[in-house]
Design a protein. Sequence first.
Length: 391
Amino acid sequence: MGGPGLGTAFCGDNMEKLKYFAPCIFGTEGIAADEFRRMGCEEVEAQNGRVNFSGSLDILARANINSRFSERILINLGSFRAETFTELFDNTKKIPFENFIGQEDAFPVVGSTLSSKLHSLPDCQSIIKKAIVTRLSEKYGISWFKETGSVCRIRFSVLNDVVTIGLDTSGEGLHKRGYRRNSNDAPLKETLAAAMCDTARIYPDTKLFDPFCGSGTILIEAALMATKHAPGLARSFSAEKFGFIPNIVWQNERARARDNILQNVDFEAQGFDIDPACVELTLANAKKAGVEKYVKAAVGDIKDFKTPDDRMLLITNPPYGERLLDVKAAEELYGVMGKRFDMAPGKKYFIISPDDDFEKCFGKEADKRRKLYNGMIKCQLYMYFKNGVKK
């Protein structure tokens, strides 16, 4: 990596511009990077499982409030090589933590280590914590920290002997929008649902269907997207209590997000589920998200599903062997779907599944596939959008 790279949170001698990174689901890095570019972020770079970018404190707030695809936003405090605990301590101690952590702030340390000589996670946590305490003790002239103030969670990773230390500005993961307090037995993560919707292209006049709506995540994320409603507008973030970020930054960015919302669009989302409890849950969650006027749901079996005569988009996460059904039952379900989904012009289908035999069971080869991860389960998003188009 060439040198310790300490203090890389700064693009200059002040905090007018910071370096950030945002972890995201594997397979969605490009989608997340494009989103950050649209926000006005600078130096955007997609890497495996994360996106790097830079910007002002306004960007920090904007990214938290508006990001649909990333898991959290972190300030990149520093990155360096370390093969010994002495190197880990000394290089961590060089980071200017006093610019971010106040005398009474709590600063818990969490992290991960992989393919590195420093493989003991508890030891890494302890040494990084000790280095921060030592640094702050010298800067503040105190030997004991109450840690009763704002929570400034430090997250580190050690990968191939390279240590990256970040300050978590989000708190709860960004997939927690606030509308889904309850869910069905196998909920789809909001960030993954949003990525599926982005891949399928959601417009203000889209007519969307999901025959396995569950708790309504796909329908709701699509409705938020169609109305340009920021996913984090109704929730709070850890960084709102950070002493170095003026409250006006958050006020301005929330006002900006509210101004961007489209009113009375022609978007329609219709969900079906065989379980009446899931239908009720979908409607309740849509109301919590503020998109109930665009989302409808009803009890329905896939065997009775009928596609509308006009154009339509279907995005769904059907039950499968590793979630709810056994593999045989799931594959039989794919066969029913293949018979019920009309491949006429104007009909588009986006279906996520971990089954390598999905296309065989469905009865049609996908026009395109995209690898995505549903939790730890490797899946493919099977896309059918060339229906009726001469090849």
